[in-house]
Unconditional design. Structure first.
Length: 194
């Protein structure tokens, strides 16, 4: 193919992709069980002095953009910012994921899965100190179309891991704490724009 035809062909392909792109925006409640195999002690213990697990709750703000369409699947990206609090501690997660969603199936159900990474910022209950570390996660759920522009997110389950603030970061001689495991649950609504 000659170079002069490559540019118009590429422009036509991008126009076709953009014409069928879909954007979804959501603001949903989220609840998570955050756990660690080792209990931390001291003023910087994220889960509390000697605690190995806590329940956190908060809100999940996000949007996805499906830009590749196959007969039975859509592929795109998802970007979310999650704010959670528990036991007076906080976790703020910013994750960018690759998203694969099925086209509407029986009962207008649309399952999806996402794999992503980003930054997790943690603050302990007894201090204003905080750290920001790499966080990765896997998300999966099912949306159900209610109208042309509104989906009900029936359920979203997630698993992620993030190194949290701990006494071992600030106090010499304290044993290191492994990354915390975050098992999350969310439901709510998604507003779609074709």
């Amino acid at each position: 193919m000659k170079l002069r035809f490559l540019v118009p062909a590429l422009a036509l392909a991008l126009t076709t992709i953009a014409a069928h792109a879909q954007v979804g925006i959501y603001v949903n409640p989220v609840a998570s069980r955050i756990s660690n195999s080792t209990g931390d002690t001291g003023p910087f213990a994220f889960l509390g002095d000697g605690q190995k697990a806590q329940i956190f709750g908060g809100v999940d703000f996000g949007a996805y953009y499906d830009f590749i369409h196959y007969p039975k699947l859509d592929v795109g990206v998802d970007m979310r910012d999650t704010f959670q609090h528990g036991n007076n501690a906080s976790l703020n997660s910013f994750i960018i994921s690759v998203r694969v969603a099925a086209k509407p199936m029986a009962f207008r159900l649309k399952p999806y899965v996402q794999v992503g990474a980003g930054a997790g910022r943690t603050r302990p209950p007894l201090s204003n100190a905080h750290i920001e570390r790499l966080q990765y996660g896997v998300y999966g759920g099912v949306d159900r179309s209610l109208t042309k522009h509104i989906d009900w997110r029936i359920v979203e389950l997630s698993y992620s891991a993030v190194p949290t603030i701990s006494s071992s970061i600030f106090l010499f001689g304290t044993p290191p704490i492994p990354p915390a495991h975050v098992l999350g649950f969310s439901t709510g609504f998604v507003f779609r724009f074709p």
